[in-house]
Design a protein around this ligand. Structure first.
Ligand code: NDP
Length: 301
């Protein structure tokens, strides 16, 4: 198939690489050098504008920080007046699949605008991290029509293992934001728990061994903290600024649907403060550095 891909960042790049192995891929990235390096490695074609990605494409993926960036790429330069936006190039019958962890209300707006051009749209955020993208084992949560989902399924299987149609347009984004707020909750809970236990004489490795054999365990306790914090490796795979954005989306969603969310509100404030303290490039797991500093202990071992 003729496939387009926009946004070759930490997670977009490995997803696009798998797509390039099976389809004719045309890519566009804000920083053109990254697109060129990707094309040199995979044989993909580099487009001069988002419009060029859309022209002749059957399916176009977007994988950008958030929905405003997706809307800007669809519109192109000059707020849609230059004719170089992705939407300017798309032809009737095309399908746009947005892998961004974005905003449900924006995805509804985007879907309506594209429907006017007879272009279908799915919000299809992913979970499983950069390693899951490389291995083709991502979880994909899809919002949109049954018909578009059925059409998209074979190409989503190129990088996804568990692919779920979770509701209408916006449902994928809603689920992803709420899911990621649970990761934030576990990071903060375990940061407090492990630093307190270290001061009480329980070594972090021993504490996690016991927690992970018991019912308080989570992906954060089983994988993220042992592999990234205890080892002091702190790899940068998912920016804290993006998790902060996700939790903000979840918080807005709770307000929109009228559900009181005091726990999420607190986590959101703590996370936002951590993002300001640690900076734009910090990884999400680095929030535990703040707990370490505050308690004066190192969670190693
Ligand atoms: P990165 O910050 O690594 O990459 C962002 C990408 O968006 C880059 O290609 C960047 O281009 C491009 N970009 C940023 N701003 C603009 C803009 N204004 N206009 C056009 N392009 C822009 O993010 P990730 O790849 O990590 O994340 C992408 C999405 O996937 C996010 O919504 C994130 O929450 C989600 N996600 C990420 C996961 C991960 O493990 N990293 C896991 C699951 C979901 P440039 O190269 O020029 O900077």
């Amino acid at each position: 198939m003729e496939v387009g891909f926009i946004g070759l960042g930490a997670i977009g790049r490995p997803i696009a690489k798998r797509l390039a192995e099976q389809h004719r891929l045309t890519v566009w990235n804000r920083t053109v050098e990254s697109a060129q390096a990707f094309a040199d490695e995979t044989g993909a074609t580099v487009a001069a504008s988002p419009r060029e990605v859309g022209t002749g494409a059957e399916v176009v993926f977007t994988c950008l920080p958030n929905s405003p960036e997706v809307e800007a790429v669809l519109e192109g330069g000059g707020g849609g007046t230059n004719g170089d936006g992705l939407a300017d190039g798309l032809e009737p019958g095309a399908l746009v699949i947005d892998l961004t962890s974005g905003i449900p209300s924006s995805s509804k707006r985007i879907a309506e605008d594209l429907a006017a051009k007879q272009v279908a749209y799915l919000d299809a955020p992913v979970s499983g991290g950069t390693s899951g993208a490389e291995a083709g084992t991502l979880t994909v949560m899809v919002g949109g029509s049954e018909e578009a989902f059925t059409r998209a399924l074979p190409i989503l299987q190129v990088f996804g293992k568990r692919i779920e149609h979770v509701g209408p347009v916006g449902a994928g984004h809603a689920l992803k934001a709420v899911h990621n707020s649970l990761i934030a909750l576990h990071l903060f809970g375990l940061g407090e728990a492990l630093t307190a236990l270290a001061k009480a004489g329980v070594a972090p490795r021993k504490a996690l061994d016991v927690i992970n054999a018991s019912n308080g365990r989570s992906f954060v306790s089983e994988r993220l903290i042992p592999e990234r914090v205890l080892t002091r490796e702190w790899p940068r795979t998912f920016r804290l600024a993006l998790l902060d954005k996700d939790v903000g989306i979840a918080r807005d969603l709770m307000a929109d649907v009228g559900v009181e969310a005091p726990v999420l509100g607190l986590v959101s404030e703590l996370l936002h403060q951590a993002a300001l303290t640690l900076g734009d490039e910090a990884d999400h797991v680095e929030v535990l550095r703040i707990h370490e500093r505050r308690a004066g202990v190192e969670l190693s071992g």
